[in-house]
Unconditional design. Structure first.
Length: 95
């Protein structure tokens, strides 16, 4: 029924495509996640430790209970300063 209703009202989109994803990631001391970019926007939240976030334009240092918004297609890398635990929320830019 849902597919028929959406098609009738011009609301076709892949139902299986996630609008958002969540990732929980612990980093050991001195871990480096090399330069990369995502198609999705990323909200990165640090719960323990310290995480340095680098982009070609600037750098930020996140302590516990701090977050940063990384826009889609922005190259970035992380450096964990101490044992660090993060949560990331990835949002589909097409929604």
């Amino acid at each position: 029924m849902d597919k028929i209703w959406r098609k009738g009202y011009g609301l076709e989109y892949p139902v299986s495509s996630p609008i958002m994803r969540v990732r929980v990631q612990p980093y050991a001391t001195n871990t480096r996640e090399s330069w990369h970019a995502h198609e999705a926007a990323q909200l990165l939240y640090c719960t323990t430790g310290v995480l340095r976030v680098l982009t070609p334009e600037a750098s930020w240092t996140l302590g516990p209970y701090r977050a940063i918004w990384i826009a889609p297609a922005i190259a970035h890398e992380f450096h964990a300063l101490g044992h660090t635990h993060t949560f990331s929320l990835y949002l589909d830019p097409h929604t």
